[in-house]
Design a protein around this ligand. Structure first.
Ligand code: TRP
Length: 330
C-alpha cells in the first residue's frame, strides 16, 4: 500500500476530459492505496486573487463531482484549511532559487499564456514550491497526474533531496509521478484539448439534453456530406470519443470500417455516442442528486481534519530537523 496524493484547482466543474484522464484511475487507486485528493484552492488563488469567489464556489462543485463519481473511499480535503502545508512551503522557499522557478517549463508556459510580465504574482511563480509542500505533507509516494505536472514532481524531489542533505535528515521522501495512459481528450471542435475556457467541454453535471446537444455539435468529417459517402475517421471527434468511452473496441472498429467505406451517417454515429455517454453520466447524475450540501461539507471536514493531523506531524518533524523545536528541548 502506497500513499497517493493528487489534486485539482477548483476553477470549474469537472468534464469528460477529467473523467477519462484522471477520475477513472483515481477510482482504481483508491481501492489499492491510501489516496488523498486535494482541492487546491490556495494554489488556484495564485492566479485568481482578484476573483476569490470563483475559487471558493468551485470548491463545493469539485467536491460534489468527486463524490458523484464515487471517490468516497479517498480522503478529500481542502488545501487552505491545512495550515501546515503553508508552513512547509515557507521553509521550502529557501531551498529554491528564483532562476530555478523561472526555468520550470510548465510555469513558464503558463506565464506566457496568461500574459504576465512585471505583474507576475510572486505566489504564482512559487506555486511549485507550495505543491512540494502538498506532496510531502502527507508523505506521498505516488502522484497521479498529467505529463504537465512532471516538472512539479521534479522540483519537489529536488527540494526533498536538498532538505535531507542540508539538515542531515532522512525524513522527507521523494515521490514518483503516475502518468495517465490516456491521451488528452480533444474538445467538441476537435481543435484543442477539452477545457472550460475554450467552451468545448461536456460536463459531468450536464443534463441529458445538453449532452445530446453537444454530441450533435461535434466536429466530424466536413467532406462527409451524405451517409453513403466514404468518411474520415482520423480527426473525427465522434470516433475519438467512441475510442475513449466505448468498452466494446471490436464494435467501434466495425463502425469505423463501415464509416470509411460509406453508408454510415453522422446522425447514426452521434446517436451511438450519445447513448454511451448518457450511460456513463447518468449514474453520476443520480448519485449527485442524492448528495446534500451537508453530506458534502461533512465529508470535506472529515477529510480535512484527518489531513490536518498528518500534516501537523510532518511540519513538526521538518522543523525539528532544522532545529526549530526550541520548546521541546527542555
Ligand atoms: N497543479 C495541479 C494542477 O494544476 C493541481 C495540484 C496542486 C496538484 N497540488 C497538487 C496535483 C499536488 C498533484 C499533487 O492540476
Amino acid at each position: 500500500m502506497a500513499i497517493v496524493l493528487t489534486g485539482d484547482r477548483p476553477t470549474g466543474k469537472l468534464h469528460l476530459g477529467h473523467y477519462a484522464g484522471s477520475l477513472i484511475s483515481r477510482k482504481v487507486l483508491q481501492d489499492q492505496h491510501t489516496q488523498y485528493i486535494m482541492i487546491a484552492d490556495t494554489q488556484a488563488l495564485t492566479d485568481n486573487a482578484s476573483d476569490a469567489a470563483k475559487v471558493t464556489t468551485n470548491v463545493y462543485e469539485l467536491a460534489a463531482d468527486y463524490l458523484a463519481v464515487g471517490l468516497d473511499k479517498s480522503t478529500i480535503f481542502i488545501q487552505s484549511q491545512v495550515p501546515a502545508i503553508s508552513e512547509l512551503a515557507i521553509y521550502y522557499l529557501n531551498l529554491v532559487s528564483i532562476a530555478r522557478l523561472q526555468r520550470n517549463p510548465t510555469v513558464k508556459s503558463e506565464i506566457q499564456q496568461k500574459g504576465y510580465s512585471e505583474d507576475l504574482p510572486a505566489g504564482f511563480l512559487c506555486y511549485p514550491v507550495s505543491q512540494a509542500a502538498d506532496i510531502t505533507s502527507v508523505r506521498a509516494d505516488i502522484v497521479p497526474a498529467g505529463s504537465d505536472q512532471m516538472p512539479m514532481i521534479e522540483q519537489t524531489n529536488e527540494i526533498v533531496r536538498k532538505f535531507n542533505r542540508l539538515y542531515n535528515s532522512e525524513y522527507l521522501k521523494e515521490a514518483s509521478i503516475y502518468l495517465s495512459a490516456v491521451p488528452r481528450l480533444t474538445g467538441l471542435d476537435g481543435k484543442a484539448k477539452m477545457s472550460k475556457s475554450l467552451g468545448n467541454a461536456i460536463y459531468l453535471a450536464d443534463e441529458p439534453e445538453e449532452i445530446k446537444r453537444k454530441v450533435f455539435l461535434m466536429f466530424t468529417d466536413p467532406d462527409h456530406l451524405k451517409a453513403s459517402d466514404p468518411g474520415r475517421v482520423e480527426g473525427n471527434v465522434v470516433f475519438t470519443y467512441l475510442d475513449a468511452f466505448h468498452s466494446d473496441t471490436e464494435y467501434v472498429a466495425e463502425l469505423k470500417a463501415h464509416y470509411q467505406r460509406g453508408g454510415l451517417g453522422d446522425v447514426t454515429i452521434k446517436n451511438i455516442l450519445n447513448d454511451r455517454l448518457q450511460q456513463i453520466i447518468g449514474p453520476i447524475r443520480e448519485r449527485r442528486a442524492q448528495l446534500s450540501k451537508d453530506m458534502i461539507y461533512e465529508k470535506l471536514l472529515e477529510g480535512t481534519q484527518k489531513v490536518q493531523l498528518i500534516a501537523q506531524q510532518t511540519v513538526e518533524e521538518v522543523k525539528a530537523a532544522m532545529g526549530l523545536n526550541y520548546f521541546k528541548k527542555y
